[in-house]
Design a protein around this ligand. Structure first.
Ligand code: C2E
Ligand code: CA
Ligand code: CA
Length: 640
């Protein structure tokens, strides 16, 4: 914020300008009042002077008439003198009553002399007394002298007064000029402040506009801006017959990064992805973030589906470069759905939906890119109904379990089974867990599903136990369950309901579940260990987690992921990983369980590496519950 936009500057400028204008107005008022007072005063002096002049005139007339009479006493000289007697009295009385203080004094003093002179003149008119005439002459000249002196002092007073008024006026003018200059400066200051504020308002408006149309985390366009741009782009595409494409990009396994490394890392990753997307396309294309790890790219004038697919591939290879987060190097991948206008739709919203459907198809089929067509739409719709159907399947008990045996690596003795969920769909037939577990996880169904599986597995375990077989069961636990503090209580209820020792139940958890909220997960895991339930870390080595939590967590078992195990005899890298993981398990006092064992060599290699337990197609595929007893019987017999 600059000086001109400061609140204090604005306040000072406003207050200054107000004060300045008030001073200027005050000075103007003062100057007008003072001019008026000057005029009034001068007029007053002039009035008196005029009266004195008239008095003087009357006396002169009288005196002239007297002199004429003294020369020749005729009716022509007597009449004027008679008429002139007392003619100045009115003015003298006015001066005594309404004149200024000095007029009053002077008039009061002169009136008796004037009256005496009038008496003398009357006597002169009546009798022709020459002595009286001479005295009247003297009185006249005395009166005239005094009045002349009054008049000249009046003139002097006016001159003095006007000089003082002039001086005052010039002072006032200087003050006015100063106030004017000051005001002009304040007006300029105020103008600068106004301009500053205008700039600030414009900037704020631009900022608001930007915020309303951009994603705060990545700075990319948001849904609103995308919709707006799409509207014009679609209209142009239709008018000029230049097909445009809309791409939806969704990261694979983003949730896992967020859960294992925390939201801060998730945010960093999203920013990097945003940058890569922006670099991968032209300036005229628009990259937007729709929310979460979902992005959209608008390609105006792309021309054809092939071109759009090429851009999508370019985006995927830009994403494929490894990202370093918190010192870990991660590989990120994404799925891109493509929809074209006008081929797929000329409606922006529908185009977005179609690109979304294509993106889900790309994710499902792990194909990277998928271009929309109507068949995908049907499949997309079926994904939606799958959620409802899965919910019903859990409620109505349409899920059932297969059990895959596990054996001790050195002796081959069976030491338990892993319960694996299956879904017998009324029309689609048998659905694999890889298809419905992600749906359950994404739609809040994993907790009821896990409870359902634990319940069914324990019921089966109880049935085997009643038939004389003690078979420990392992159940896979959805990550979300470990974030629910009621989960240990639920498990305790189920164990109690089936009347089994807790040690017969092993819960297989994944690393990401622990890392997403370690404090809460540790609480839940502690609650479970206190029940006496065994804990196993599933798919060990595939997550993004650190192994430091192994120290603080009381787990019993480490399950080496089948991606390292199955080919360990032919792949030196896998073999090294398996050896390292087994050693790690031993050091932490954990039982090492290898899954995905498909042949004898692998089994032998695992036994030699010190692995405790093996599981895999070589021992047995997952079997329906009723086949397990027969299998166990055969195996026991063979063993014996
Ligand atoms: P998982 O926990 O790693 O389960 C082992 C999977 O490996 C099972 O697949 C099993 O059939 C398969 N498998 C067993 N032996 C071999 C072998 O020798 N070679 C190969 N290639 N595969 C073998 P399935 O039953 O399709 O389950 C897939 C995944 O679905 C499971 O992986 C587990 O993550 C999840 N899942 C299954 N049932 C449940 C469940 O009840 N709850 C939860 N939360 N997840 C489940
Ligand atoms: Ca498992
Ligand atoms: Ca596994």
């Amino acid at each position: 914020m600059s000086f001109w936009e400061g609140r204090a500057t604005a306040r000072v400028a406003t207050a200054g300008l107000t004060a300045g204008l008030l001073v200027l107005a005050g000075l103007a008022l003062w100057s007008s009042v003072s001019a008026q007072a000057t005029t009034a005063h001068v007029r007053q002096i002039n009035d008196s002077s005029e009266r004195w002049s008239r008095v003087m005139q009357h006396i002169n007339i009288s005196d002239n008439a007297l002199r004429d009479l003294q020369v020749a006493r005729t009716p022509q000289t007597i009449d004027p003198l008679r008429n002139s007697i007392g003619s100045a009295r009115g003015d003298l009385e006015w001066l005594r009553a309404s004149g200024q203080p000095d007029d009053i004094t002077e008039a009061t003093r002169l009136l008796p002399l004037y009256d005496q002179t009038a008496d003398m003149l009357r006597k002169v008119v009546a009798g022709g007394d020459t002595l009286q005439a001479g005295q009247a002459n003297l009185a006249h000249s005395s009166l005239r002298r005094q009045i002349a002196s009054t008049l000249s002092s009046k003139r002097l007073e006016v001159t003095e007064y006007l000089r003082a008024a002039d001086e005052r006026n010039s002072q006032l003018r200087v003050a006015q000029i100063i106030a004017f200059v000051l005001d002009a400066f304040l007006v300029a200051l105020f103008g600068m402040v106004l301009l500053g504020h205008r700039r600030k308002i414009l900037r704020q408006a631009a900022k608001n506009e930007h915020e309303a149309h951009h994603d705060a985390l990545t700075g990319l366009a948001n849904r609103t801006l995308l919709a707006r741009r799409m509207e014009t782009a679609v209209a142009k595409a239709c008018k000029k017959n230049e097909p445009l494409a809309l791409l939806i990009v969704d990261l694979d396994r983003f949730k896992e990064v967020n859960d294992s490394l925390g939201h801060h890392s998730g945010d960093l990753l999203l920013r990097q992805v945003a940058n890569r997307l922006s670099w991968a396309v032209r300036d005229t294309d628009l990259v937007a973030r729709l929310g979460g790890d979902e992005f959209a790219v608008l390609l105006p004038g792309v021309g054809s589906a092939d071109n759009a697919r090429m851009v999508a591939e370019k985006i995927l290879s830009a994403l494929a470069m490894p990202v370093t987060l918190e010192g870990l190097e991660l590989e990120i991948a994404g799925s891109v759905g493509v929809a074209l206008c006008p081929a797929d739709s000329i409606d922006g919203h529908e185009l977005l939906r179609h690109a979304d459907i294509a993106m889900y198809a790309a994710k499902r089929e792990k194909s990277g890119v998928a271009v929309y067509d109507a068949r995908l739409h049907e499949r997309g719709a079926s994904q939606l109904t799958a959620v409802t159907e899965l919910r019903h399947a859990i409620d109505r008990g349409e899920l059932f379990l297969h059990y895959q045996p596990k054996a001790l690596a050195n002796t081959g003795a069976v030491c338990g089974v892993e319960a694996l969920a299956r879904w017998q769909h009324p029309t689609r037939g048998l659905v694999r867990p890889d298809e419905f577990i992600p749906i359950a996880e994404e739609n809040g169904l994993i907790e009821p599903l896990t409870r359902y599986v634990i319940d069914a597995a324990l019921r089966q375990c109880r049935a085997w136990s009643d038939a004389g077989w003690e078979v420990p069961v392992s159940v896979n636990v959805g990550a979300a369950c470990l974030l629910h503090t009621e989960f240990p209580g639920d498990v305790a209820d189920l164990i109690k309901r089936h009347g089994l020792p807790a040690r017969l139940l092993t819960l297989e958890i994944t690393e990401s579940a622990i890392i997403s909220d370690p404090d809460r997960a540790v609480d839940v895991l502690r609650g479970l260990t206190e029940l006496g339930v065994r804990l196993s870390i599933d798919d060990f080595g595939t997550g993004y987690s650190s192994i430091s939590y192994l120290r603080s967590m009381r787990v019993h078992e480490m399950k080496l992921d089948r991606s390292f195990v199955t080919h360990m005899c032919t792949d030196a890298g896998d073999s090294a990983i398996v050896h390292a993981l087994v050693a790690l398990a031993r050091n932490f006092g954990l039982q090492a369980v290898a899954e995905g064992v498909e042949d004898q060599d692998t089994w032998t290699a695992l036994a030699e590496a010190g692995c405790d337990v093996v599981q895999g197609y070589f021992l047995s595929e997952p079997l329906p519950a009723e086949e397990i007893v027969a299998w166990l019987g055969d195996r026991a017999a063979a063993h014996a």
